[in-house]
Design a binder for this molecule. Structure first.
Ligand SMILES: [Fe+2]
Ligand SMILES: [Fe+2]
Length: 167
């Protein structure tokens, strides 16, 4: 813990830690959803989509790492038990029960959109109050925005492919 670093946070640190832990929980769920989806995936374009899902999994794990570091800096404790991931995450875990390409893409697009909303909220509450967290969340948010676009563009390719094939 950095005492001065914690002192300069111009908002309730416990409230902030709750939000950071919620985001941390979501990242682990997103990581697993992507990681497993990439292994189960079936259907046209599955190799290209699996590669993207695997890359996203790696990036979600890196986000969890960044959040854990910030939580520890603020003298908090990252969620100790995986059960807490489901309890504390604002974004739900969508089991990749249907491994078809388009189903996985739709699921993960919804996940990214939830992540974007949560990080937008974290930015709103830390703006002008905690520049360190604000900056960190901005970095993560920019990547979630990229993730959403990656998946939507794959979804568009998939739809074009299916439309062509059925002509
Ligand atoms: Fe993430
Ligand atoms: Fe993401």
């Amino acid at each position: 813990m950095g005492t001065k670093g914690r002192e300069i946070v111009g908002m309730n640190v416990d409230e902030l830690l709750k939000l950071l832990n919620a985001a941390y929980a979501s990242e682990w769920l997103a990581y697993y959803q992507y990681w497993l989806g990439a292994k189960l995936i079936k259907g046209p374009m599955k190799d290209a989509v699996a590669a993207e899902l695997t890359l996203h999994a790696t990036e979600e794990l890196a986000h969890a790492q960044l959040l854990a570091t910030r939580i520890l800096q603020l003298d908090g404790t990252p969620v100790l038990d995986p059960k807490g991931w489901l309890e504390q995450s604002p974004c739900k875990y969508d089991a990749p029960a249907d491994p078809f390409v388009s189903a996985l893409l739709a699921q993960n697009i919804a996940g990214e959109q939830c992540a974007i909303t949560s990080y937008q909220h974290l930015m709103d509450v830390t703006k002008d109050k905690d520049m360190v967290t604000y900056n960190l969340v901005l970095t993560i948010l920019a990547q979630e925005v990229e993730h959403e676009e990656d998946l939507q563009s794959l979804q568009e390719d998939f739809e074009l492919l299916v439309a062509r094939a059925s002509r």
